[in-house]
Each structure stands twice: as C-alpha cells, then as structure tokens.
Design a protein around this ligand. Structure first.
Ligand code: 2HG
Ligand code: ZN
Length: 448
C-alpha cells in the first residue's frame, strides 16, 4: 500500500486532504512569515488513529508536523516542505471536571477558550490565558510551554500539566491521565514533553490542573518615566492578588491608538505604561489602591474596576500584535531576561536593533514580571541580522531566546547562545531516544 492509501485506511479518506486549496490554510502561519508545502494533511479522530498515522509515516520515512490552532509564532507548526501535517482539530474530547482533584482531561485539539468556559461552568478556571485563546489548542500550548498573561499568578503551562497521553513515532502510547499529584517514580515524562514542540511524540490528551475562578478584578494603567521605574513598580505591586503586569511603551501605545482609533489612555503622555491587574474572591480595589500608593515615580494612573473599563485599558496592550501586523510582516522575537536586568536589556535591545536595521521600527511590549519582552521589528531588510543582534543581547543578560513562543525553526540556529554543547548533546540524545526514526517535526528546536 502506498502512504496515501495507508493514511486513508488510518483516518478515513475524507480526513486525508491533498487538494492544494484545502492544504493552504495548514501550510502558512497567520503572520505569513512561515510557509511550506505539505504532502497531505491528516485529521485523526483519536489516539489509535494518531498511532496508525505515525506508523505509516515512519515506515516511509516521511516527516510529520503536528498542528493545533496554528497560532504559533516560530514556524514550529507549519511544514517546511514535504511533510504530513497531523492536525489535532478532531481531538476535542473534554472530560468532566473532577471537583475532588480540581483537574480535567482535555484532548490536544481543545481550544483554550472552550477549556476555560468548561471549567467556568463549575466555578473553576484554567491558569494560563493568552491572547490567541479563541484558536490556540491545549496540545500546542503544551508543546510550546505557553505562558501568557497570568504566569505571575499561576505559572506557565508546565505548572498546569499533571499528566499527558502521547504517541511515539513507532505508534506506541506513553503517559498517563490518571492525574496523580504525587508520583515520584523516576523521570517525569509529562513535564518532559511540555516545551518539546512536537519533536518527541504527538501529545493526544492532557490532564490539567484547574484554579479557582476569581470573579473580582481591578486593573490599573500606570504611566511611568522609565523601564527601571516600571521594574520597581512590579516590586511594589507583587502580592497574593497580583494576576498580570504588562509593559508597553509610548510608541506602541500610539500605534495601537492610531490603528484602533482610541483616545489617549492617561491625561499625561508617558514613556512607559504598566497594566496591572489584581484578582480575588473579593473586590481587590482597596488592595490595588494601597499597592499603587507605594509605587515610586508614578506619573499618572487610571483605575478600572468594572468589565468595560478594564477591557478599555487592556485594549492598549492587547492591540499591539494586530497593530504591528498592520504595518507589515514583522520580525518577531519573544525573549526573557531576569526582571532585574529588564531596564539594561531595554537599552541594549534598542541599540542592537538600530545597529542591525537602521530605520526599522521597533515595538517592544510584554510581561514584565517575568522579564518577558516581545521584540517586534518592522521594516528590517535583513531578518537574520536583527535576530542575531537581539538574541545576543538577550544572552549577554543571562536571558532566554524563547520565553513562551518556543524555538521552532525561527530560533533553532541560535540555540547555542543559551544552551551549552553538553546541553545540546543531551537534547539530541533525548530526541534520538524518543523518536529514533527522526520523523517528528524535523528542523524544529534542534537545527538540522
Ligand atoms: C502576546 O503576549 C503574545 O500578546 C504575542 O505573546 C506577542 O505578537 C507578539 O509578539
Ligand atoms: Zn506574550
């Protein structure tokens, strides 16, 4: 049997897509930065079908690119050329919320917004929230160790995963969804797969920890004179109710205002803006007010308690990605430095970008509590030179070349900046042990 016949036998002919117009949506990421031809797209309905797909591809030595909501930003979920795309779109089983353990089992293809709505129906929530919540899937978020807006409160994906079920490239199934919070039986395969970017196994379902839904929120937008002042503010605002600390800059806010037709967020223009949210079982407005009073160098502030006012403030931050994209296809780098080094890094990254791409437009924003900056550069003639300059500045500050988007193909050439030769040897050995046929997401994470 040829590969197409085997794939059709595995998932049903109607779930093997080969027509160019049907493949197109799976072959490019939404920013238009990464594109490659797929041999076919297959859409298995369950774990056993995933296993059959992988066995067929391994037998032919054909690469497999797992794809969830295709919201990735590092080219890790679209083909490079000639692979089979394994879409998790039909792996959408969502188990009943287990109130006793505070956990739920979700198929890899479950969308974040659906997971959160499902949890909310029982008074719970999922700890990770990201801007792509309506499309991003649980499997992709596990693969990249997604972080997002509430890491300061609940941690990234790695902290939410209690168990995984995954299929190896030879079709064998590994992992457990029994949800044991205590299990010290050697290697933690579940968390080992978090951040593996589809290179080790195909995650088919995940056992996830849920968190209390916090119905009361208060947000504030702070205007500050500098990144150093913003970092000091994070110190003053830290506490048990702190749920988000987002940073952006005057030029980015001006861009969002222009794009969305928004008024100025504060009476006075400020170089740096910090969006802070407190959340709790009770109204946290007083606690937020008290914390704000302790913030040094505050130039201006706006407080928002009701939902409409909070959404109005969030729009200035969440509008960045869309407003940047409207300018053109950006170079996008997602990096982290120790928060105490954030101000030094900000100066360094501005210098690095203007040297590597004079005249290009740099828009910085991110999640300041984790020192996580999104470095967006529009109009750079040489993408590689910009990436190189920025990632070297990151490494010089003891940072990470990927905070929450993953390494993908975009950053694989720079892995050596923050992983030693010994560590890269271990990466390669781990890859060989899990995927000896080397078919899983080739070229991602580990340079070819
Ligand atoms: C965010 O924080 C996302 O909004 C996207 O991580 C960041 O567009 C980006 O660079
Ligand atoms: Zn982000």
């Amino acid at each position: 049997m040829d590969l197409f016949a085997e794939l059709a036998a595995a998932v049903g002919a109607e779930h093997v897509l080969t027509e160019p117009d049907l493949l197109a949506g799976y072959e490019s990421d939404w920013t238009g930065r990464f594109t490659g031809r797929a041999l076919a797209v297959v859409r298995p309905a369950d774990r056993d079908e995933v296993a059959a797909v992988l066995r067929a591809c391994a037998a032919e030595g054909v690469g497999v690119v797992p794809q969830g909501g295709n919201t990735g930003l590092v080219g890790g979920g679209v083909p490079r050329g000639g692979e089979v795309v394994l879409s998790t779109a039909r792996l959408t089983a969502l188990g009943e919320v287990d109130r006793v353990s505070g956990q739920v089992t979700a198929g890899a293809g479950v969308r974040l917004a659906d997971l959160r709505a499902h949890a909310a129906a029982t008074g719970l929530d999922f700890g990770v929230d990201i801007a792509a919540r309506d499309s991003a899937t649980v499997g992709g978020m596990v693969a990249t160790n997604a972080g997002g807006l509430r890491v300061v409160r609940w941690g990234p994906m790695r902290d939410q995963v209690v168990g995984v079920e995954a299929v190896l490239s030879d079709g064998r199934v590994v992992g457990s969804l029994s949800g044991l919070e205590k299990d010290s039986t050697g290697y933690d395969l579940a968390r080992g797969l978090v951040g593996s970017e589809g290179t080790l196994a195909v995650v088919t379902a995940v056992r996830l920890r849920l968190v209390p839904a916090l119905p009361h929120r208060a947000a504030a937008l702070l205007g500050l004179p500098s990144t150093a002042a913003a970092v000091a503010a994070v110190g003053a605002l830290r506490g048990p109710l702190l749920s988000a600390v987002e940073v952006c800059y005057a030029d980015g806010v001006a861009l969002v205002r222009e794009h969305r037709g928004l008024p100025a967020p504060l009476p006075r223009d400020c170089p740096v803006y910090l969006l802070v949210e407190y959340a709790g079982e009770h109204d946290p407005t007083d606690e937020l007010g008290a914390a704000l009073a302790a913030v040094p160098d505050l130039v201006d502030t706006a407080l928002a308690v009701d939902g409409t006012a909070r959404r109005r403030l969030w729009a200035y931050r969440e509008g960045h990605t869309e407003a940047v994209n409207a300018l053109g296809v950006p170079v996008k780098l997602d990096v982290a430095v120790p928060p105490a080094r954030a101000a030094v890094f900000e100066t360094a990254v501005r210098a690095a970008v203007s040297a590597a791409a004079p005249g290009a437009r740099l828009v910085l924003f991110g999640h300041l509590a984790e020192g996580n900056f999104h470095v967006n550069v529009v109009g750079a003639p040489d993408e590689r030179a910009v990436s190189d300059a920025v990632l070297r500045a990151v490494a010089a500050e003891g940072g990470s070349i990927s905070a929450e988007h993953g390494v993908g193909v975009a950053k694989a050439p720079w892995l050596h900046l923050t992983r030693t030769a010994a560590e890269r040897d271990l990466y390669a050995a781990v890859k060989r042990a899990w995927d000896p046929s080397g078919i899983l997401n080739p070229g991602v994470l580990i340079p070819r």
